[in-house]
Write a protein that binds this ligand. Sequence first.
Ligand SMILES: Cc1cc2nc3c(=O)[nH]c(=O)nc-3n(C[C@H](O)[C@H](O)[C@H](O)COP(=O)(O)OP(=O)(O)OC[C@H]3O[C@@H](n4cnc5c(N)ncnc54)[C@H](O)[C@@H]3O)c2cc1C
Length: 401
Amino acid sequence: MAKSYDLIIVGAGMVGALSAILLAKSSLRVALIDKHDGQYTLSPPPAYDARVSAISSQSKSLLEQANVWQNIPQGRVATYDNIVAWDGLGAGYIDFNAGSASMVELGNLVENVVLSQQMMAQIQHSSNIDLYFNNALSSYQLSESGVQAELVSGDRIDAQVLIAADGAVSTLRTDNGFETVEWDYGHTAIAATIEIDQSHDNTAWQSFGEEGVLAFLPLPDVGERHFVSIVWCVPPADAKGLTALDDEAFCRRLHYAINRRFNVLGITRPRQTIPLRQRHAKSYVKSGIALIGDAAHTIHPLAGQGANLGFGDVKALVDVLSKAHRRGEPLGASKVLRRYQRARMLDNMAMAAGMEAFKRLFSTQQPLLVQLRNTGMKQFDRSQALKKKLIARAAGLSTFS
Ligand SMILES: Cc1cc2nc3c(=O)[nH]c(=O)nc-3n(C[C@H](O)[C@H](O)[C@H](O)COP(=O)(O)OP(=O)(O)OC[C@H]3O[C@@H](n4cnc5c(N)ncnc54)[C@H](O)[C@@H]3O)c2cc1C
């Protein structure tokens, strides 16, 4: 006998796990499947995990609704109330400040593993969610009236709708013929946790220059010691060179790449390299299936928005499906799922286009463009109205439209 659910979610990353919690809170029964075991171990500070996310205020409220944010252990969240960005090839400089946008903070930095661990704790408390971990779909049939699936474990399950939250290289997306628009960014990201010699001043520091795009993102201090998470995006050949350096030489390069603002004392968590690719599904839904999070779209991490967009998808999907459930509409019907797509696609595409333009503008070393870019940055820095608008967008408090 197959076990019946309202939804099957494949992928228990941050986006899939958060959707499971919020859908379950709306009285929907969820089967959550992941090929991993769902175990997350936190290393004690200062060995903060190399993968962190800047969380917008809209995402923070969603995580509060899910009872995740309030349960994050003390000392694992950093707040930033300033962003300082500059052009390493000129005098262009932008300083965003929470106060000038009438906000208390611009955002928070949290390790992904911390969020995932707290999400798993909530999931384990929910009687509406069954976990199928160390598992995957082995076969399934999709139709307007739902999905019947068999898992690698031999379990048989069915549901009204299948949610693909299986990340950037989603097999559900390719198996179901979702077309994408995609290209290589020509950048590889290097992520690591490093110790610096002075306070980060609750500021996200970002340099655009010959050395690529480099962010120093604040992490909680440990006693008198100061730490940041770095995301350094460089062409793949440069990434190879940087990865080959020993820790001491890598720290020296970082010191120059951040315009010597900080002395880099050491690395407390090994470097990770991640190739970056822009990808956007041309549609997010078909009868019986919806794509969310990185399965639907991936963007350059330079503005720290990928997971925030994914959480925006979660919010829209939960709104649409819980309303449809209350009205007794079939959750996998195209007309229901298209409401979710309508709510999200424009905003996600606008963010992707913005990141692409930004990346191109800051990749060029063509002197005239560099000069224009620096002039633009200076003018932008003087315009409080423009800055307020951009901050509201990054916080998820407004859309591009
Ligand atoms: C360097 C870097 C820095 C970033 N910084 C930020 C930031 O500051 N702020 C921000 O908002 N975003 C940031 N992002 C983006 C963010 O990390 C991603 O958007 C987010 O993690 C995507 O989450 P997801 O749950 O959609 O996908 P994933 O985290 O990839 O989760 C997918 C899950 O699906 C499972 N899975 C995959 N295939 C299968 C299968 N066939 N069967 C079963 N399970 C499967 C996987 O095991 C995994 O658990 C950054 C990205 C990078 C690369």
